[in-house]
Design a protein around this ligand. Sequence first.
Ligand code: NAD
Length: 250
Amino acid sequence: MSQSKGVALVTGSAQGIGRAIAIRLAQDGFDLALNDLPGKKEEGSYHPRTCIVTCDVSKEDEVKSMIDSVIDVLGSLDVMVANAGISAMIDILSETLEGWDRMMRINATSAFLCYKYAAIQMIKQGRGGRIIGASSMVGIQATSPLLSYSASKFAVRGITQAAALQLGQYGITVNSYAPGIIATPMVVASKAQVAKRGDKDDYFQKTIDTSAVGYVGQPEDVASAVAYLSSKEAHFITGKFSIPQGLYES
Ligand code: NAD
């Protein structure tokens, strides 16, 4: 059997982009730690060395124990992919404080916690590492129907840049991906939310029509960018977004 490239932990890996990233990193030779919420089923074809670390990544004690479990079972942490997230189609006039708090906790606080505890572990190991988060095209240019989602993805960009500046001295790169619309259960749920409300404006179709490529991306399109950011070759890329797939007009 070929030698392992190291250990990668992917949060929110039961479906969508996280699942595609986990499958791709396993194909590339990483041992895999898979995280999602309790009750979510992890399916896929992975490298023989895999562990499941179910938890809510917006909670500090759970993130700490998740990383401890990965070290106990797989021995190290070399790539942290803080992918888990939620979305909601809601604008500034309708958003509630509860909705805002939940979005920031699950999308931004979780990235902060995963970055922090992964970095502590990687510094301890002393051989560098890769930290990668999930931003979005709306973390670069906000859109009104995704008020708190956009804000949470801007936060991921800030955390990514600040952490990259500090962690470069340890050989740890910190990046995030910022795709346009990707065909996942998240987008199916958002479309259903819009349809239920009877919104006339088709945000999704409009966004696809104004993209350079004119079609929706697949989870594997993000996974291939993440695979490169996770590789040894990508050591000089830090504090950056991977190119937003599709290129959208703002
Ligand atoms: P998805 O909803 O299909 O999958 C997200 C996964 O995260 C789910 O399995 C869910 O259970 C898990 N999750 C949610 N909260 C969690 C928590 N607190 N702890 C652990 N796991 C949790 O979403 P997706 O489309 O695959 O998106 C993945 C990431 O990429 C998200 O951060 C999303 O914001 C981002 N993103 C998605 C798109 C897109 O168009 N799909 C575009 C840009 C960015």
